[in-house]
Structures are given as C-alpha cells and as structure tokens.
Design a protein around this ligand. Structure first.
Ligand code: TXA
Ligand code: MG
Length: 348
C-alpha cells in the first residue's frame, strides 16, 4: 500500500485535505493524525473491520481496546449507555482536552473496538486538525497512538512514518504534539472514579471537580496486580537499549551514573543519558540529552518520546536516566519512564 502524505496548517488545516482524509475513514481506511497528546491512528469506530485493520497495522494484540474520539460531548450517547453524571461534569471542565473517560458501551459499539470489553473509552481532543477530521469522518474515530506496538508513542509525523509507512492509507502532518504524553484515562464505569493512566490532567485537577479520585494501585506499585487498562500491562514505550532510572540525591545520582557509564564504555557499549540543564555538564556519553530545566515537567514530558526514539536511531545500548518528581503531572512522566525501563530502578 502507498501511504499518502499531507502537510497541513495545525491551526487551520486545508478543508480539502480534511475532506479527503474523512472520506478515507468513512470508506473503512486508516488515517494517522495529530492530537495535542500524541499522533493517533484513526479508523471508523463503528466499523469492526476498521478496528481489525488498526490492530494489524500496529501489530497490536486485539484484546487491547481503542479510544473512541468524538467532536462534541453529546456524541457519547450513541457510543455509550448509562452515562454517569460524572461524565458531564468532567466533559464540562476538561474537554476539549487530554482526558479519556471509560463508561459503559452501547449495543451499537463493536466489541472489536472495545477489545471485547463492555466499556468504551471516549475522548474529545482539542487539536484543531483532530477536531476537523472527526467531524469529516462521521463523528467517531477509533484511534490508538500511531506507533508500531512496543515503540514509543509518536509525537511527530516523522515518527509515524518510521513505524507505519506503507501500512496505512494516509498520514496528516500537523507538526509536533504540544503535550507529548498520552491522555489521562479515568474509569467512571464502576465505583469511585479511578485513574488508569496518568497524564496532563492530574489527580488533583480531577478531584477539584469530582471529590475523591483513586489511582489504579499498580501505577505506583507494579506488584500490586494487573493494571485495569489492558494497554498498561504490556512493556510499552520501550527503547531498544537497556535502561535504568537512578533515584536519589542529585550529586550521588550523577556519581553513580558516571560509574555505570565507565563500566558500560569499558565493554565498548554505546551509552545515552537522560538528564536536565542542571546536570548535563556532569556526563560524557555518546548521547547526553537534557530534557530541560528540572522544574519544568511539561517541557520534559513533551521531549521524552522523541529522546527515546533518537537513542534507538543512534544505536544506544545502555541508557541511564535521572528521575523527576512524582508530584502532579510529574507522575505521568515518571510512569512512562518506569514503563520504558521495565521498572528497573536503582535507588542511590
Ligand atoms: O492521548 C491519547 O489517549 C492517544 C491519542 C491518539 O488520543 N491515544 C492513545 O491510545 O494513547 P492507546 O490505544 O495507545 O491507549 C489507549 C489506552 C490503552 O492502555 C487501553 O488499554 C486503554 O486505553 N483503554 C481503552 N479502552 C479501555 C476500556 N474500555 N477499559 C480500560 N482501558 C481502556
Ligand atoms: Mg499507545
């Protein structure tokens, strides 16, 4: 298959290109498109065949449900049933934006899209290209992140091309994604609201609207059991190199990372370091990447997937990463780093 490429203005995309992409989706095709979080790989959520194609293109297990993207909150009435009051409260507060809600699915929503579950994940993205495409394609786009399964999520069209060129109908290039980490997922389908995947919309922000919100206990302690979001069970976001995160007082962490680098270099390994402006001068390796200032979680989060992909491109075999605060949005960044290294954490 030849994948068509189209560059658009991220704020006011060319309506002709959007119409063409919408028609592809309505006819059962797949189109990758930018959102404010990461690029998505979209198909018609109400077509079981489209969802099957998405799994095949990504090489993703088909028990891992897709997120249904809509263009106005009321659209959930066709995709879902028994919509709780909490859905409308959160929609009002955070949509359009980087929040996904799990609610009961409707009869009409195919099980191929929900990975066999009786619930459905719904999100209303704020990116103008995503919003226009959803409208042009019939109102319901099932879309996982547009990476090959197991690779870091794509935050630019170039990343999508690396993974999916020749496997999908079209890639819309709308520049890089401003947030760079996937949406927060909150489960509203039973009991207390529970965060299944941390993201830009934090626990504190959700609690301001809903009162108490729980965290899936496996987010803090992987040994606590099976994560509720099937996608959180796989080793994800994985760079090819062997990665460790070093946690502790800054000076001690830098010393420890340097001694690990010395060892790895002695074996002739190519090494990479993830650090911050405050510490970048302390390291020497094949690739030393500062993700910005230590206090700027947003900046670091926006960079992190591109950094992991870049290490792969450079053939980095050993990756040492500093840690960040887990307060607020920091929890989302650390969650992705933990998953990237398979929870190989060294406390210094
Ligand atoms: O920011 C995002 O959410 C991006 C953009 C493209 O919107 N999408 C995204 O999709 O990250 P994906 O497929 O990579 O991640 C979806 C996650 C998976 O962990 C999946 O298991 C979980 O959502 N999920 C989907 N439906 C679910 C459901 N009914 N119950 C529990 N978890 C669900
Ligand atoms: Mg994904």
């Amino acid at each position: 298959m030849i994948t068509r490429f189209a560059e658009v203005d991220p704020v006011s995309p060319d309506p002709k290109i959007i119409e063409e992409a919408g028609e592809l989706i309505r006819n059962g095709g797949l189109v990758a498109f930018p959102t404010e979080t990461v690029y998505g790989l979209g198909g018609d959520a109400f077509k079981a065949e489209s969802s099957k194609k998405i799994y095949a293109a990504k090489g993703r297990p088909s028990d891992n449900p897709l997120i249904v993207h809509i263009a106005d909150p009321e659209a959930a009435e066709k995709a879902a049933s028994d919509i709780p009051e909490t859905y409308w409260l959160l929609a009002d507060a955070f949509w359009p934006g980087p929040l996904t809600m799990i609610i009961k699915k409707s009869e009409a929503m195919p099980e191929e899209t929900t990975g066999g579950l009786d619930t459905v994940a719904i999100r209303l993205p704020s990116h103008p290209v995503a919003a226009a495409l959803i409208k042009a394609s019939g109102g319901y786009i099932a879309a996982p992140s547009a990476n090959a399964s197991g690779r870091p999520s794509p935050t630019s069209a170039k990343h999508v091309k690396e993974d999916l060129d020749g496997r999908i109908d079209m890639i819309i290039d709308g520049g890089s994604c401003s947030i760079g980490l996937e949406s927060t997922i909150v489960d509203l389908s039973s009991g207390k609201p529970q965060i299944l995947r941390p993201g830009f919309i934090t626990k504190e922000m959700l609690e301001d609207v809903l009162g108490e919100v729980e965290l899936d206990p496996t987010l803090l302690k992987p040994s606590a059991g099976r994560p509720k979001a099937p996608g959180m069970r796989y080793r994800h976001y994985a760079p090819q190199g062997e990665m460790h995160i070093y946690i502790g007082e800054q000076q001690a962490v830098s010393e420890r990372i340097n001694s690990e680098l010395d060892k790895a270099k002695a074996y002739g390994k190519r090494c990479g370091v993830i650090c911050t402006e405050e510490t970048r001068d302390k390291y020497e390796a094949d690739s030393v990447v500062s993700v910005g200032s230590r206090d700027d979680v947003k900046g670091a989060a926006a960079e992190i997937y591109a950094v992991l992909r870049d290490f792969d491109d450079k053939g980095i075999e050993v990756i040492c990463s500093e840690a960040f605060s887990e307060e607020g949005y920091g929890l989302a960044l650390m969650n992705r780093l933990y998953k990237a290294c398979g929870y190989q954490v060294v406390r210094v």
